[in-house]
Design a binder for this molecule. Structure first.
Ligand code: UD1
Length: 376
C-alpha cells in the first residue's frame, strides 16, 4: 500500500457484512482509495469467519493478527499488542473501524495514540446500558474518532451530548443494508437450509438467535428464555442457529433438555446467504443481535428483540422491531399477535438504500485530499 491509504479493520462476525461494501466502494471508481484489510482473528471458526468472506466476496485479509478468544482484557490487549507493529509498518493515513466489538476499540485506541486518524462507521448508536460490553466499546471508540459515519439521524444527538464536534459527524446510512441489497438475489432458500429439519414450510417458522452474555451467561435467565422458546415452538417451529458461546453455556448448565420439544431445530452457525434466506421467509425472528434488528426492518419481517433496550431505536420507531426483553408474557403475546395479524407494519429508514458505502467513499475521498498525506 502507498503511504497514506486506509487500513480497514475486521474482527468478529458482524464486522464482515459491514466491511464488504466499504472495501468495494473504496476500491471502485476512477480514483480508488488505497485500502488494506486487517483481520484481528477475534472470530476464527470457519462458520463464524471464513464462510462470510466467501459468501460476501470479501478479498482475503492482507494482514491477520490471529488473536483468538480470551477474556475481554486479554482479547483487547492482544489485538492492541499485535496491531501496533502493523501501524508502524504500514503508516496509513487513517484506520477504519466498524461497529462495536472488542477489535473496534482495540485498534482505534492504538491508532489514536499514534496520531493516526480513526474513522468509525456505525458511530453514535447508544443503548444507554453500560453493562453491555459493546456500549463501552461504542462510547470510547466515538470519543477518539476523527470521522464518525452514522446510520440514523438520532446518533448525532447522542454524539453531541458526549461533547463530540458535530462537524466530524456525517449521516451516510447503513452499510449493513448495502450488503443485504447486494446479496438478496443470491440468498439461499429456507427450504435448502431447513431441508434436514422436517419443518413444514407451508406452516411457517420462526428464527431464533441468542448470544448476548446478559442472556446466555446467567443460568436462570437462559433457562427462562429457553423455556419460553419451548412454548413459542408449540405455536410455530423454531429454527435456532447456535452461536458457540450459547452452545457452550447450554451444555455447561445442562439445559439441552429444554431444546427437545421436537419443534426447536438446532443448526450450526450459518453463513450470511443462508441466514438472509432464512430471515426473509420467516414469520418472525427472535433475537438479541444488533444487526438482525436492522436486517429484519429492511426486510419487513417482524422482529422480537430479547433485550431490555436497543441502540438502534429507528428499528422500533420506523421498522418492524419490538423490544420484549426476557418477559415470557410479552414474548408469547407478541408471537400470538404476529401469527394472527402479521405484526406491525414498518418502513425502511432513510438512507438504508444500498448506497451508504458509496457515500462514505465519496466523502472520504474529499477528506483524504485535505490531509497532508493524500490518497493514493
Ligand atoms: C462478539 C462481539 C459481539 C457480537 C458477536 C457476534 C465483543 C465484545 N462482542 O461476541 O458484539 O455481536 O461477537 O458473534 O466483541 N468462539 C468460537 N469460535 C469463534 C469465535 C468465538 O468458538 O470463531 C467462542 C469463544 O471461544 C468464546 C465465545 O465463542 O467462548 C465468545 O466469542 P467472543 O468473540 O469473545 O464474543 P462473542 O460472544 O462472539
Amino acid at each position: 500500500m502507498h503511504k497514506g491509504g486506509i487500513l480497514c479493520i475486521v474482527g468478529a462476525r458482524p464486522n464482515f457484512m459491514k466491511i464488504a461494501p466499504i472495501i468495494k466502494a473504496l476500491r471502485a471508481g476512477p480514483a480508488p482509495i488505497s485500502a488494506k484489510i486487517v483481520h484481528t482473528g477475534q472470530h476464527y471458526d470457519t462458520a463464524m469467519n471464513k464462510q462470510f468472506f466467501e459468501d460476501l466476496g470479501i478479498p482475503h485479509p492482507d494482514i491477520n493478527l490471529e488473536v483468538g478468544s480470551g477474556s475481554h482484557a486479554v482479547q483487547t490487549a492482544e489485538v492492541m499488542r499485535r496491531f501496533e507493529p502493523v501501524l508502524d509498518q504500514e503508516q496509513p493515513a487513517a484506520i477504519l473501524v466498524v461497529g462495536d466489538v472488542n477489535s473496534t476499540i482495540a485498534c482505534a485506541l492504538v491508532a489514536s495514540k499514534k496520531g493516526i486518524a480513526v474513522i468509525h462507521v456505525e458511530a453514535g448508536l447508544r443503548s444507554f446500558d453500560r453493562g453491555m460490553p459493546e456500549e463501552i466499546n461504542r462510547v470510547l471508540t466515538d470519543q477518539i474518532s476523527d470521522l464518525l459515519y452514522t446510520t440514523e439521524r438520532a446518533a448525532l444527538a447522542n454524539l453531541t451530548r458526549e461533547g463530540i464536534d458535530p462537524t466530524r459527524v456525517h449521516f451516510v446510512g447503513n452499510v449493513m443494508i448495502d450488503t443485504l441489497h447486494h446479496n438478496l438475489a443470491k440468498a439461499i432458500p429456507a427450504a435448502d437450509t431447513l431441508a434436514d429439519t422436517g419443518i413444514d414450510l407451508a406452516q411457517g417458522y420462526a428464527v431464533l438467535t441468542l448470544h448476548r452474555p446478559s442472556n446466555v451467561d446467567d443460568e436462570a435467565t437462559l433457562r427462562n428464555l429457553l423455556e419460553t422458546v419451548n412454548l413459542v415452538s408449540q405455536r410455530v417451529p423454531v429454527a435456532f442457529p447456535l452461536h458457540p458461546r450459547t452452545k457452550g453455556r447450554i451444555e455447561h448448565f445442562k439445559l439441552d433438555g429444554l431444546l427437545a420439544s421436537g419443534k426447536i431445530f438446532i443448526l450450526p452457525p450459518i453463513g450470511y446467504l443462508h441466514m438472509l434466506g432464512l430471515m426473509r421467509e420467516a414469520k418472525l425472528v427472535l433475537t438479541d443481535s444488533g444487526g438482525i434488528q436492522e436486517e429484519t426492518t429492511a426486510l419487513g419481517v417482524p422482529c422480537l428483540t430479547l433485550r431490555n433496550n436497543t441502540e438502534r431505536p429507528i428499528t422500533v420507531d420506523e421498522g418492524t422491531n419490538i423490544i420484549v426483553g426476557q418477559s415470557r408474557a410479552k414474548i408469547l403475546a407478541a408471537t400470538e399477535d404476529i401469527l394472527a395479524t402479521g405484526g406491525k407494519a414498518g418502513r425502511v429508514p432513510e438512507y438504508w438504500d444500498g448506497h451508504a458505502a458509496e457515500r462514505i467513499a465519496e466523502h472520504l475521498h474529499a477528506w483524504l485530499n485535505t490531509r497532508p498525506a493524500a490518497a493514493a
